[in-house]
Design a protein around this ligand. Structure first.
Ligand SMILES: *Cc1c(COP(=O)(O)O)cnc(C)c1O
Length: 463
């Protein structure tokens, strides 16, 4: 298998080169040239596999023979050996139509660990076999930075610098990033907001000379390997449903921001996994809900909500979906993306909009509704939802049909977002890994929102 760009102007690449490229050189996103299909007989054979075994099966379609089986197996064992649950992503039954797939048993208590623990191992492997220096640079509104740092801390051949907006990430998120004391980690706390951080990063990556001089690599979800690692738990969840649920239509509700997690579901479905509706759950930043309902994709005003990891206006993986929606037509994708850049909005209608509404359902959950759902499931089912997962459950309630089953993804542990939980006067127990953070010394450098100053810090760190 080879990988190509959604904008059609990059020569086909292998798997490792695709991982290293991150954003495609033509500004597009990398996708496989052909999506492999998995037959229902094969799916049946996979039913009793562990998460790790399933991971190896799925990756074997995509790695282009570039990573020997034994090496991949070792990386996968190490990546998921850090999870606190033996099943890695266990499926919990809430009632006969709702199952929750817990994706928060990794080191930083959010779903991003699933992909980023593996990506840390993979970058380290690539550094070893290719003799590549890997310098990771990224901006975070909280969870990505913590999970990326946890994925590469202490690893040979890799340094990581993460920018976060000063005092604008949750306390637990800040501590998860800044209490790491490995020498290969630099936290820059930027006086500004997330968009300011993101803008500097984009400028630095666009400076191709700087990018290659300092060997800069990305960790955001535009990287195809993150998408692929996330498809594994879609398969795992559907295959682990109990007998009573099998044979029914299975919908999956996904708390969404950058469209990364849900795009993994779209890929799994295209590979042949029987999924009914993919339900996009968002908060008051509801660009994706508006797109599914009206066909218009138009970033609106940023709102701060109880689910900050979904406070996103521009869903960076959306371009991958557009590529498939247009029938893999990169000329059409180029047209849409330049229209979006120039006019700030795009619109699909007619058959395309019908297709969108066949692929997805969507709900933007208001702040009050999010809290109501947390309270309701705590008292009625004895299950404490984090505010992101609560949006997913609200979307399940809105869109799951009679006789259907829905798997909702729990993307974070509630202890990570106690700011929202405490508004409901629900007292929760903190896992020791979170409770213990406050006592640890923090390591971060506070910098002005100034590209020159940030560049100087990077040059010093990466030398
Ligand atoms: C990142 C994140 C999301 C959104 O995931 P996307 O892949 O950006 O759509 C949802 N919930 C939590 C807890 C997250 O950290």
């Amino acid at each position: 298998m080879q990988y190509i760009s959604t904008r059609g102007k990059v020569e086909p690449r292998g798997f490792i080169d695709t991982v290293l490229m991150g954003l495609a050189d033509d500004g597009g996103l990398m996708v496989p040239d052909v999506i492999p299909s998995v037959s229902s007989a094969t799916l049946e054979e996979w039913r009793n596999l562990s998460f790790q075994e399933l991971f190896l099966k799925i990756f074997s379609y995509y790695t282009n023979g570039e990573i020997p089986d034994g090496d991949l197996k070792e990386m996968v064992e190490r990546s998921y050996g850090t999870f606190r649950h033996p099943e890695v992503t266990p499926l919990k039954e809430i009632n006969d139509s709702l199952y929750i797939l817990e994706l928060f048993h990794g080191p930083t208590f959010a779903f991003k660990d699933v992909a980023l623990q593996f990506m840390g191992e993979l970058y380290s492997y690539i550094s070893r076999v290719r003799g590549e220096i890997i310098h990771i640079l990224g901006a975070t509104s909280g969870d990505t930075g913590a999970a990326a740092i946890a994925g590469v801390r202490g690893k040979e051949g890799i340094k990581i610098c993460i920018l976060h907006p000063h005092n604008k990430v949750s306390k637990v998120q800040e501590l998860q990033m800044t209490t790491v004391d490995d020498a290969n980690v630099l936290n820059l706390s930027v006086q500004g907001n997330f968009d300011d951080c993101q803008k500097v990063i984009k400028e630095l990556f666009a400076d191709l000379e700087f990018k290659s001089k300092y060997h800069l690599r990305a960790i955001n979800s535009i990287n195809f390997v993150r998408i692929l690692a996330q498809t594994v738990y879609y398969f795992y969840a559907v295959l682990k449903l109990p007998q009573a649920a099998q044979g029914k239509t299975v919908n999956i509700s996904v708390p969404s921001g950058n469209f990364g997690n849900i795009f993994s579901g779209y890929l799994a479905k295209k590979m042949g996994l029987p999924i009914g509706k993919l339900i996009i759950a968002t908060n008051e930043n509801n660009i994706l809900e508006r797109f599914v309902k009206t066909g218009e994709y138009k970033p609106g005003d940023f709102k701060s909500t109880h689910s900050p990891s979904m406070d996103i206006q521009v869903a960076s993986n959306f371009e991958r979906y557009l590529y498939y929606l247009t029938g893999e037509d990169s000329a059409a994708v180029n047209g849409y993306m330049s229209k979006l850049a120039g006019e700030g909005a795009i619109k699909v209608d007619g058959q395309l909009l019908e297709q969108v509404q066949t692929d997805f359902a969507a709900l933007g959950v208001k702040n009050d509704e999010c809290l109501n759902i947390i309270g309701k499931y705590k008292s009625e089912a004895g299950y404490l939802l984090d505010p992101h997962t609560a949006c997913g459950v609200a979307a399940y309630e809105a869109h799951n049909g009679p006789g259907e089953v829905c798997i909702t993804f729990a993307t974070a542990h509630p202890a990570k977002f106690d700011e929202a939980i405490s508004l409901l006067k629900i007292a929760q127990e903190f896992p020791p890994q979170i409770a213990g953070l406050a006592a640890l010394p923090q390591h971060m450098t506070v910098v002005e929102h100034d590209k020159a100053e940030i560049t100087r810090q990077l040059e010093e760190f990466y030398i």
